[in-house]
Design a protein around this ligand. Structure first.
Ligand code: G3I
Length: 506
């Protein structure tokens, strides 16, 4: 359940960290219920309840970062306009002790229109002790002109009427008192609908990433299809080609998306310079490459690149043996070296192992054995990427995906996390569904079944990315002697397919 914030003026924390303002929170128990209250802890910061956000461009985002002195589940929302016409956009997140982003689409604010309240609703029943909640407005001036926001939370009053404080005329959507995640009724975009579940990700390549201005608003995560791969950035030893990737990461940030880095070490396309040499030489080259690439994006874009597929597809499809590239020279140490180097370069970025066919028991068990060794050896790994290349029957060499086996795979990784007492996030990283018969009904049903499973695992799944946006661009088109694959939620003309409704309407 979320409680409105209480009224207090905010401490201007700018002396400590420029731009940070903080709410100091205290809790008290009344009639057995924990009450959250905020008290100003220092000179009041200028009050903010209703701030002019005059937009100079559409389709921009208001980006904030939040952190707290102790982890707090928070619903952060922006209410545009007032009265009956008010529109509420929000995102649910657990605000940790490290900065986490809160991005609200501002395109509903027409040029020149003003917007209203920004509210933070801590989930009081998970709050323990006093703490501080910080918010910083990160949006650049490129997209709108406005003064820095400062927040005054509205007094959580004991029976008084704070309607006058709330310019939206009480457009406060109270939470149901149950564990069901909050799903906004007026969501327009996939990422909003799923804001209580997981990030929604898109993937695109250099040639098409700029082609979805009408659709990219559905997503708050982005993956470069090829431009951050080893064979793109590190074709030649000691030379790093970041040009395309930098353009795409910069675009993603400007469009309110965090970026999945894909992929540091992958056997496919790996240039000889990094594979050849003694074990010690190869490990050193892997360390230097991974460190340099991760540090580049951290130094240039901060936490926009929020996670990496550090190693991709190290396990083969024949009996779950390791693929020979890198492993033949280094054994499993090449994987450990890559993860440790990435962690050395960025203390906060999330580090994933990524692979496909996790719904195949033999392969999954081999991956789990490998992950268990990494975890037991203290290797810094934060999650598992399940690539999600699924299918409905029809076409050459196409086998219908059994959703129960996908569910079993997710459950198996959750069990590994519990067994090792090592948290593991799960990302569905490359979701597409082979649909060579272009059967929209069966495709929609398969997406519906898969997203029911994903939603059921919302406590471990933190991002679902489709490996493309529209049917016009997919690696599956022409794959294995088949024709077009029709694998996504949007058709070639950017129209929503029944599969979109199957994902959006729940
Ligand atoms: O950019 C060159 C272009 O200059 C050249 O004319 C053309 C023809 O040779 O090739 C172009 O590069 C191609 C690249 O895609 C960009 O289109 C590569 O040949 C081609 O191999 C590459 O395929 C990508 C493949 O990974 C291999 O990197 C696919 O787009 C991409 O969807 C696919 O994605 C992988 C994931 O990274 C890992 N999981 C499996 C997934 C599907 O294979």
């Amino acid at each position: 359940m979320f409680l409105p914030l209480t009224a207090c003026n905010l401490k201007d924390n700018s002396s400590a960290e420029s731009g940070w303002v903080s709410l100091t929170m205290a809790t008290a128990t009344e009639n057995g219920e924990t009450q959250v209250s905020y008290v100003a802890t220092s000179a009041a910061y200028s009050a903010f309840v209703y701030s002019p956000i005059s937009m100079s461009a559409k389709d921009s985002f208001i980006n904030f970062e939040l952190k707290a002195t102790s982890p707090i589940p928070v619903r952060a929302e922006v209410v545009y306009g007032t009265g009956d016409s008010a529109e509420t956009y929000y995102t649910n997140l657990v605000v940790g002790t490290e900065y986490s982003s809160f991005s609200v689409r501002a395109s509903s604010v027409k040029n020149g229109q003003t917007a209203g309240v920004i509210r933070l609703y801590p989930s009081y029943n998970q709050l323990s002790g006093a703490g501080e909640l910080f918010i910083k407005n990160l949006s650049g001036s490129d997209y709108y002109t406005s003064s820095f926001y400062s927040l005054t939370a509205v007094e959580k009053n004991s029976g008084g009427n704070n309607q006058s404080e709330d310019p939206t005329g009480g457009n406060n959507q109270s939470e149901e008192e149950n564990d069901e995640p909050y799903v906004p009724e007026n969501a327009t975009y996939l990422y909003e609908k799923y804001s209580s579940y997981f990030k929604m990700g898109m993937c695109a390549g250099y040639d098409d990433y700029n082609s979805y201005s009408d659709l990219n608003g559905h997503y708050n995560s982005f993956t470069c299809e090829n431009e951050m791969k080893l064979y793109e950035i590190g074709q030649n030893e000691g030379q790093y080609n970041f040009d395309k990737a930098d353009q795409m990461v910069s675009w993603a940030r400007a469009n309110g998306k965090k970026v999945r880095g894909h992929a540091l070490i992958w056997y496919q396309g790996a240039p000889d310079w990094i594979k050849n040499g003694s074990k010690a030489q190869v490990l050193e080259k892997i360390h230097n490459y991974c460190y340099t690439v991760v540090k580049h994006f951290k130094d240039r874009f901060g936490d926009t690149v929020y996670c990496w597929d550090v190693v991709n597809e190290a396990i083969s499809d024949n009996g779950g043996a390791f693929r020979n590239e890198f492993y033949g020279t280094c054994g499993i140490d090449f994987i450990k070296e890559a993860f440790r180097a990435a962690r050395d370069a960025d203390a906060n970025v999330k580090l994933f192992y990524n692979d496909y066919n996790m719904d195949d028991l033999t392969k999954r068990n081999a991956v789990i054995r490998m992950l268990r060794e990494l975890i037991n050896d203290g290797v810094p790994i934060d999650g598992v990427g399940m690539q999600g290349h699924y299918a409905i029957s029809g076409g050459n060499n196409v086998y219908e995906t059994n959703v129960n086996r996908v569910n079993a795979a997710i459950t198996a990784f959750e069990s590994l996390a519990a067994e090792t007492n090592h948290p593991l996030e799960i990302h569905i990283t490359e979701l597409d569904i082979k649909n060579y018969t272009n059967d929209n009904t069966r495709l929609a049903n398969k997406y519906r079944e898969l997203f029911e499973v994903f939603r059921n695992h919302r406590n471990s799944i933190t991002c679902v990315t489709t490996w493309g946006v529209t049917d016009a661009h997919s690696w599956l088109n022409g794959f294995n002697g088949n024709g077009d694959a029709y694998p996504f939620l949007f058709d070639r003309n950017h129209n929503k397919k029944p599969a979109f409704n199957a994902v959006f309407d729940f």
